[in-house]
Design a protein around this ligand. Structure first.
Ligand code: AMP
Length: 311
């Protein structure tokens, strides 16, 4: 099994109430790969510029991720994003987005990247996601993430690529914005009529909800008292969720598999937000991740539920 991911590989400038970073490794594909690398061989697809060095590539290669499909564009600049968080980290403002080398990127995947079992189309222009989807025609499970910017400026292409994937992961607000429906469940159900069989609504500090035609499953975020920088939490969640699915896609995606995938995504995202950028997830051990998954199940399992007719 192997996982191919296309999405932004970036330098981020971030300001949170707990500190400022002028330039750190980030990007949707980067955060996804760091989390998914616990489960399977990951291949990252995307361009970087002259400003991207061996040190950054080494981080991308954590736990054996392949950077063979990371294209160095001579004379180009790496994607750059700058954001600022409000005092409770619940709101985020984008201050700058510079596509750089992504502006003229035309993905040409290696044979190994095209032969992936699982494909994650992380946040980037929907046109690029469509291109990579077409090159990975035999993938058994394809998931996609996006954001408000692309809903605003590339809606048609975004809807087109959504119709060609198995799973859509979006924030609550983005699901509502995309469908024009104020209600989350009906927004998710509308998406389920357009192609995907799984919708995951990411809800920040409140966790995430999974909606299929016959399931609804919500998991709260791992309860942390200290959150430093939420940048990349959604992509890290997706890396854990999709990574776990990649391990099980061969034997079918039962409700238990999907629920455990939610738990791994949640546990990994909790490490991501405890520090700036990629530092925490790059360094965390598989044992520490498993411990948080076990704790999550302890917190949330209702072992002796009694159903009574009340009134
Ligand atoms: P998240 O916090 O999970 O929404 O992801 C944040 C990451 O997304 C940052 O590391 C950014 O580099 C990246 N990002 C921000 N804006 C965009 C965009 N327009 N397209 C692709 N990636 C982006």
């Amino acid at each position: 099994m192997s996982i191919t991911v296309v999405g932004s590989i970036a330098f981020d400038a971030v300001e949170t109430p707990f500190g400022v970073r002028e330039r750190m490794l980030g990007g949707a594909a980067t955060h996804f790969a760091l989390a998914a690398s616990f489960f399977d061989q990951v291949r990252v697809v995307g361009p970087v510029g002259d400003d991207f060095g061996e040190q950054e590539l080494e981080v991308l290669r954590t736990r054996g991720t392949s950077t063979d499909d990371v294209e160095h564009v001579a004379g180009g600049r790496t994607f750059f994003w700058k954001g600022k968080y409000g005092w409770d980290l619940g709101t985020r403002e984008t201050l700058d987005t510079q596509l750089g080398v992504f502006e003229s990127f035309s993905p040409k995947l290696s044979e190994q990247a095209r032969a992936c079992d699982v494909l994650f189309l992380a946040n980037i222009q929907p046109g690029l996601q469509l291109d990579v989807r077409a090159q990975c025609a035999d993938a058994r499970f394809v998931a996609l993430d996006s954001m408000n910017l692309w809903i605003d400026i590339a809606r048609h292409e975004l809807l087109e690529i959504i119709s060609r994937v198995d799973c859509l992961t979006l924030n609550d607000e983005e699901l509502r914005q995309l469908t024009g429906k104020p209600n989350l469940v009906s927004a998710a159900r509308e998406i389920l009529t357009t192609g995907p069989s799984i919708v995951v609504a990411k809800q920040g500090e409140h966790g995430a909800a999974l909606i299929t035609s016959d399931q609804f499953f919500a998991l709260p975020a791992y309860p942390l008292e200290t959150v430093i920088d939420p940048t990349g939490a959604g992509d890290t969640f997706a890396g854990g969720f999709v990574g776990y699915i990649a391990r099980h896609v061969g034997s079918g995606l039962s409700a238990d598999v999907l629920r455990n995938a939610m738990a791994y995504g949640t546990a990994l995202a909790s490490f991501n937000v405890e520090g700036f950028g990629t530092e925490q997830v790059a360094a965390v051990s598989a044992e520490a991740v498993a411990e948080r998954v076990a704790e999550l199940w302890q917190f949330t399992r209702f072992e002796h539920v009694v159903v009574e007719l009340v009134g």
